[in-house]
Design a protein. Structure first.
Length: 228
């Protein structure tokens, strides 16, 4: 959450009068309104194929008033809907603060099925077809989860064998041997006489801060001052 405030206004209220207070409020709100598209532009440059939803992640949650010359710009914190209880704040806050990302819906499904630990995440295999935004499509993910037997419920004991094959794709715990070699934990697919990784399980990734909100905001303020 980022807030914009003109400091020291309380001491000046009696001297500058209502007109100047109105001007201060307007200035803060103009900067806040411009900061939203400025952050969107920065995200479009720094993120890899961001979706439109990601680009529009910020909003002005509080506008300045004469009594309180503070405006707040923050990541949207309401659930995305359509069965997704997460918000954009849940999903991408680490891009601005650093740290770990929240697990995706299908990762939580794999955890609930007993196939992954709660501190584990996944990355797609090198040859997996990704959509225009660099993600596995929902249709392909449904196929993956169906073939490893977890899309309709928890994995069975049979499905927890070291290498579990259901259809073309199968789950490996990383402890057994398949196709003549030890397979890393995750989802694999048979291709001819070999196998290809579909989802590889990794430990919790740590992200560095990719966008400095304060730096973007300062640039927005400077641009406003030059044009005022």
């Amino acid at each position: 959450m980022f807030s914009i405030k003109i400091e020291g206004l309380d001491e000046l209220k009696s001297e500058i009068g209502a007109l100047a207070q109105q001007a201060a409020k307007n200035a803060v709100n103009k900067v806040a309104a411009q900061l939203v598209p400025d952050l969107a532009e920065d995200m479009s440059k720094r993120f890899d194929r961001p979706t439109k939803t990601t680009i529009k992640s910020f909003r002005v949650s509080k506008w300045a008033t004469k009594e309180d010359p503070t405006a707040i710009v923050q990541l949207k914190d309401k659930p995305l809907g359509n069965g997704n209880p997460l918000s954009m704040d849940n999903l991408i806050h680490q891009e601005f603060n650093g740290g770990g990302r929240i697990q995706k819906n299908y990762e939580r499904t794999l955890i609930n099925a007993g196939l992954m630990e709660r501190d584990e995440y996944t990355v797609p295999g090198a040859k997996v077809k990704l959509n225009a935004y660099g993600n596995i499509s929902s249709a392909l993910m449904a196929q993956i989860l169906a073939q490893i037997g977890v899309i309709r419920g928890f994995a069975t004991k049979r499905n927890r064998k070291p290498v579990m094959q259901i259809g073309e794709m199968f789950w490996s715990t990383g402890k057994g041997v398949g196709m003549g070699k030890t397979l890393h934990k995750g989802v694999w697919m048979r291709v001819g006489r070999g196998v290809e990784p579909i989802l590889i399980v990794i430990k919790a990734p740590k992200y560095k801060c990719r966008i400095d909100i304060v730096a973007v905001a300062n640039k927005t303020v400077e641009e406003f001052q030059r044009n005022s």
